[in-house]
Design a protein around this ligand. Structure first.
Ligand code: AMP
Ligand code: MG
Length: 400
């Protein structure tokens, strides 16, 4: 028997960060930067208008008020995209659009709402200080500033930022490609009819979704039957498209523990002091990490979150942190097996300024319904035997 932490440490000690790859921006969505991205020029690159309105000399309209507007001749129109060579003299104004370069000589923008909107002459009803509604060069980003350090996951705002500093391509850690394969003679494809003794295969769908949630790409291999020779051959065939492989089933103490038979010698099989998920295996098959997870669906899922997800994060160059964790008040008494790290399905809710968590009524490792209606795992330490309602517990939030 080994602890959860020992097993995770072995895994993290052996997985490697994926080599970097140069990708076009939209291909890079969801990947992690392997280089810092910085701005070659300031953003905005030039002083410009924050409003549709009129570029003025602030002193010219210092006396403007609702009952006594100041009238200025309008000498031109400046739109976004203009080259920025326009200028105005005191006593004059130019109509200006949002994002258009501020003309030389102007030191304020009067929004059109503060005027009568005139085209030849405009009446201004409000005074404004110098700088009014001007967006200064560099007030978003300074030239040379790093806008996204290495290790940044490129989600929507970060992709926008990288484009905004003019980069068409980025060097990133690719999404780990993870082959997921279930084993078991009893498993049938969803959509097919069940004969006695059969069930529909579910782990691979669940785990591929979990891989994607962790930033990877999942490839589903058809379920393999409980024939050790077939399993080994299949796994070798998958190596060309795999940065990691996940198997489920066939690792416990039965007579048909096909994964264990096929991979003994390559994968280290261990009993890990946890519930659910005791039988675990991890190893490298020609250098590719292989996770052999237990077959019971809840065990497979919890094992993924505890062991595989941190490994996938590390492969992406990210800290291998656990699922986001909050402290919550336990709604009911629970008991826990001594010596095992216990992950209980629960429902986390937030009200009155704090989190509370209610354990699911059933906790069997085959009871997928109680996982699918949970949103969190209550994590109880190995030495915990019982926790009373009202106590504070650690809760891992499941991806939503
Ligand atoms: P095993 O570890 O292969 O002995 O499987 C343990 C339990 O999990 C058995 O009840 C299996 O039928 C079930 N099981 C294994 N693999 C899957 C799967 N891919 N989808 C659904 N149930 C599974
Ligand atoms: Mg099986």
């Amino acid at each position: 028997m080994r602890s959860v932490d020992e097993h995770l440490q072995e895994i993290l000690g052996r997985v490697k960060t994926l080599p970097p790859l140069d990708l076009a921006l939209l291909e890079a969505q969801g990947t992690v930067l392997a280089e810092p991205v910085s701005a070659p020029v300031p953003l905005p690159p030039f002083d410009n208008s924050a409003m549709d309105g009129y570029a003025v000399v602030a002193a010219d309209i210092a006396a403007a008020a609702e009952g006594s507007p100041v009238t200025l001749p309008v000498v031109g129109d400046i739109v976004a995209g203009d080259s920025g060579v326009a200028a105005i003299r005191p006593g004059l104004t130019a109509r200006i659009m949002t994002g258009a370069p501020l003309p030389a000589g102007a030191d304020a923008v009067i929004p059109v709402e503060w005027t009568d909107g005139g085209a030849a002459n405009v009446r201004v009803f409000r005074a404004a200080p110098p700088g009014n509604y001007i967006r200064r060069a560099g007030e978003d980003v300074r030239a040379g500033e790093v806008v996204a350090p290495a290790g940044t996951r490129l989600t929507a705002p970060q992709l926008g930022m990288v484009a905004a500093v003019g980069r068409p391509r980025v060097t990133v850690r690719p999404k780990p490609r993870v082959v997921v394969v279930s084993t078991g003679d009893e498993l049938r494809e969803p959509g097919s009819a069940l004969s006695p003794g059969q069930i529909w295969e579910s782990n691979s769908f669940m785990l591929i979704a979990a891989v994607v949630e962790a930033g990877g790409v999942g490839f589903r291999h058809a379920t393999v039957e409980d024939e050790p020779g077939d399993v080994l051959e299949m796994l070798h065939d998958q190596l060309v498209r795999a940065d990691a492989i996940i198997t489920t089933g066939g690792v416990s103490m039965g007579t048909r523990d096909v994964v264990k038979e096929a991979l003994t010698g390559t994968v280290g099989f261990h009993k890990v002091r946890m519930r659910p998920g005791k039988p675990q295996g991890f190893g490298l098959l020609e250098g590719t990490p292989v996770f052999t997870l237990p077959g019971n669906p809840v065990s497979a899922y919890v094992s993924f979150q505890v062991f595989v997800r941190p490994a996938l994060l590390a492969m992406q160059g990210l800290p291998p942190e656990p699922l986001p964790t909050v402290s919550a008040v336990l709604a009911e008494d629970v008991t826990s097996p001594t010596g095992l790290r216990h992950y209980l399905r629960g429902k986390l809710s937030f009200s009155g300024g704090s989190y509370s968590v209610a354990p699911a009524e059933v906790q069997g490792s085959h009871q997928l319904a109680s996982l699918s209606s949970a949103n969190a795992l209550i994590e109880l330490a190995e030495d915990t035997e019982a926790v009373q309602a009202g106590s504070t517990v650690n809760v891992l939030r499941l991806p939503s």
